[in-house]
Design a protein around this ligand. Structure first.
Ligand code: BGC
Length: 734
């Protein structure tokens, strides 16, 4: 009797619980219904709270309705350590480490979109485990000048490459119920004067070069986008009507949340009207100054509330922002089915290792100096970057990796513990707003290193830039193109003492190499994350055959870069504006078209084996605009070991109505080919992707014309070409 009564009671209470369940919590309802229901229950104060920060990295949600806080973290190479609630002090937790992935330049150099998916999965799983809802990354700003302090966080100079890599990153990250926040929208191509600089760029360059990777992220379904600090046409990009309302949310149909960079909002009206949805980090100027607990005075806090109450700004604008934030909640922390995440798994370390192995670029290798077989001769390691922790520093992308194998450790694990080391030069500790001096005596370091080189058979010089302010670090740009801390003179002296030197450049930027002709081997080794030292040693010793390709061109001197043709006008800007006078001719597009070859071209990267290309073939010769061009080419590994090659497919138009680059990357295919074997490399290129942006009609245009398609091992190393015909002109929609 008693149990019957209890059962009845339970049925009644569960019925009333489900009947009482508000629509916004009912997962069987469509998102729009849930969002409208939540919105209809919220007071003005609650709505205002949803569109600005409550702490450095969180927003409050709506506690009364049980809508959770949103927790964010940088990004983009792993999950950053925790911070204090309201200042930029590290919180000092002991459970806030991560797997450090190689920097995005390295990922781009791998030319491997499957790896980009593994990368995004690693970041997403660790973000979820660390209870993050939004990861602040990845970044896809185009590499315009080698001085830019943030190039290491981006994916190089080519919009097609960056697009191809960013989409899988975003999709697999977000499959964890964690939002990616694509940044920095848009035109953050320099860090110098980043809060104020106004970018003057023509419509073609904007649409053909600087926006496509952002559009690719939106097409991949990204849930959040971060506005950049700089201005476009005089208005800050974060609340720029053209960029946000018209292009991002209008043409591209972005349905996610437009978030400020930390402190990139400047005006309540612009923020309210020009598409900004969520304000973070105001009054903190990035990292160097701040006002305590300033959240209520944010542009989208009390000032916005007042303007709404005074009738100056319609509440409907706020409602639209709240809808987007609520949609983000539904996609992330209100999705009861999202995975729990994992941390520090063997798979995460394996991904970090593989990205490093595939991203390292062998720039020069005279007389097969590399690989250097272990045990055959005495090897010395010289250079600070062989031991410096390089996952820390650089600004917001800093990480606290649980594991970080240094180049010296990696090299000793393969070449033996008796490998001698000398620092050679030294920099100061990382700092975000000024340069700290090194505590060591430069002459003693220099002399000891040269002495070690003299008595060794071979030298691995591990130098480059680091993550200190004015190196590869946000907040400002590099001041010089050459290597810092006296490394050029040191390399010269080492080579004079011992010519058997491989120079390993750790950086996210190209550097000047005045000693290039004197050294037999140069390796571009990026910031390689947790497993970097192991990957580097594997490449140096031949355990791994290098397969990375440069995601940007490296020039002999700064004056050879298109962005540095116009003096201060084109970099770093004059009277507050930087003019992108080179237009669409960025990187290899410039070097090819002006016939001024780079020192190391985009797409360049040597291997320990050789690849012999067959003849490029297309499925047809004539195409209509809606068609896809199917390309294939056989490549044979005719060299001494197994290795991977990336065939790059470039397309150029014969008689364009407007000037176009000689060729542009439209596809690529990376494959491993065993020694003595061959493989067919393929690409599917939509004919519509051969269009250019016509500023006359403000739309994409494809001409009836002949196009040359090249299969290339680098942008300056074309191996086979064919011509195809596109038959009807087409104007696509934006
Ligand atoms: C950076 C962003 C970063 C944010 C939060 C800013 O200084 O520009 O990329 O996500 O700080 O740390």
């Amino acid at each position: 009797m008693r149990s019957l009564f209890l059962a009845a009671l339970l049925t009644i209470s569960s019925l009333s619980a489900s009947a009482a369940q508000p629509l916004y919590l009912d997962e069987s309802q469509p998102d729009d219904v849930r969002i409208e229901d939540a919105l209809s229950r919220m007071t003005l104060n609650e709505k205002i709270a949803l569109v600005h920060a409550q702490s450095k990295f969180s927003t409050p949600g709506c506690p009364r309705l049980g809508i959770p806080e949103l927790w964010m973290s940088d990004g983009p190479h792993g999950v950053r350590m925790e911070f204090a609630w309201d200042d930029w002090q590290h919180a000092g937790w002991s459970n806030d480490s991560c797997t450090a992935l190689p920097a995005l330049t390295c990922l781009a150099a791998s030319f491997n979109p499957d790896l980009a998916a593994d990368y995004g999965m690693t970041v997403g799983q660790e973000a979820r485990f660390r209870k993050k809802d939004v990861m602040l990354g990845p970044g896809v700003n185009i590499y315009r000048t080698p001085l830019s302090g943030r190039n290491f966080e981006y994916m190089g100079e080519d919009p097609y490459l960056a697009s191809a890599m960013v989409a899988p990153y975003i999709k697999s990250l977000q499959s964890n119920g964690v939002a990616a926040c694509l940044k920095h929208y848009a035109l953050n191509n320099q860090e110098h004067d980043r809060d104020n600089i106004n970018v003057d760029v023509d419509e073609r360059a904007l649409n053909e070069i600087y926006l496509p990777a952002f559009k690719a992220g939106v097409d991949a379904g990204v849930w959040a986008v971060m506005g950049s600090y700089n201005k476009y046409r005089g208005t800050h990009c974060t609340h720029n009507d053209t960029l946000v309302n018209k292009i991002l949310k209008g043409y591209w149909g972005f349905d996610g949340v437009m978030i400020t960079d930390w402190g990139s909002a400047h005006d309540t009206d612009e923020a309210a009207r020009n598409g900004l949805d969520l304000e973070m980090g105001s009054w903190t100027n990035g990292l160097t100054e701040g006002r305590a607990l300033a959240y209520d005075s944010y542009f989208m806090a009390e000032p916005l509330k007042k303007k709404i109450k005074d009738g100056e700004i319609p509440e409907s604008l706020l409602d639209e922002k709240v809808r987007r934030v609520l949609r983000l909640n539904l996609r992330t922390n209100m999705n009861r089915n999202r995975p729990f995440g994992t941390m520090h798994t063997p798979e995460h370390l394996a991904t970090a290792l593989q990205v490093a192995q595939e991203g390292i670029v062998l720039l020069k290798n005279k007389k097969n100096f590399l690989p250097l077989e272990p045990g055959k001769c005495s090897v010395a390691v010289i250079g600070e970057n062989a031991v410096k922790k390089l996952s820390i520093g650089g600004g917001s992308s800093e990480l606290k990796p649980r594991v970080e194998i240094s180049p010296l450790d990696g090299i000793r694990s393969i070449y033996g513990d008796d490998v001698e080391f000398s620092l050679g030069y030294a920099s100061g500790e990382p700092n975000y707003s000024f340069e700290l001096p090194s505590p060591y005596d430069a002459d003693s370091l220099f002399n000891a290193a040269v002495e070690l080189a003299r008595r060794s058979d071979a030298v691995f010089f591990v130098g480059g830039l680091n993550k200190n302010f004015t190196q590869d670090c946000e907040g400002d740009d590099r001041r010089y193109f050459n290597l810092p801390f006296g490394q050029d003179a040191l390399i010269e002296a080492i080579v004079a003492a011992n010519p058997n030197v491989a120079v390993i450049i750790t950086s996210g930027n190209g550097v000047e190499m005045p000693w290039l002709n004197k050294v037999p081997a140069v390796v571009q080794s990026w910031y390689l994350g947790s497993m970097g030292g192991q990957a580097l040693a594997q490449v140096l010793s031949g355990d791994v055959c290098p397969s990375g390709k440069l995601p940007f061109s490296i020039c002999t001197s700064l004056e050879d870069y298109p962005a540095h043709q116009g003096g201060a006008r084109t970099y770093p800007g004059e009277n507050g504006t930087v003019h992108y006078d080179e237009g669409i001719f960025v990187g290899y597009r410039w070097h090819d078209t002006k016939r001024k070859p780079a020192l190391f071209a985009f797409g360049h990267g040597l291997s320990y084996t050789d690849f012999k290309y067959g003849k490029l073939q297309s499925d047809r010769k004539k195409y209509a605009p809606g068609d896809t061009i199917s390309l294939s080419i056989e490549v044979a590994n005719t060299g001494i070991c197994d290795g991977a090659e990336t065939v790059q497919f470039y397309v150029g138009q014969e008689h364009p109505a407007l000037p176009r680059p000689v060729k542009e990357l439209k596809g690529f295919c990376k494959k491993k080919v065993t020694k003595g074997d061959k493989a067919v490399f393929t690409a599917e290129i939509p004919v519509a992707s051969l269009a250019y942006f016509d500023p006359e009609i403000m739309d994409w245009r494809l001409d009836n014309d002949i196009f040359t398609i090249s299969a290339a091992s680098a942008s300056d190393d074309v191996r086979s070409q064919i011509k195809i015909n596109v038959q009807q002109p087409l104007i696509t929609s934006k």
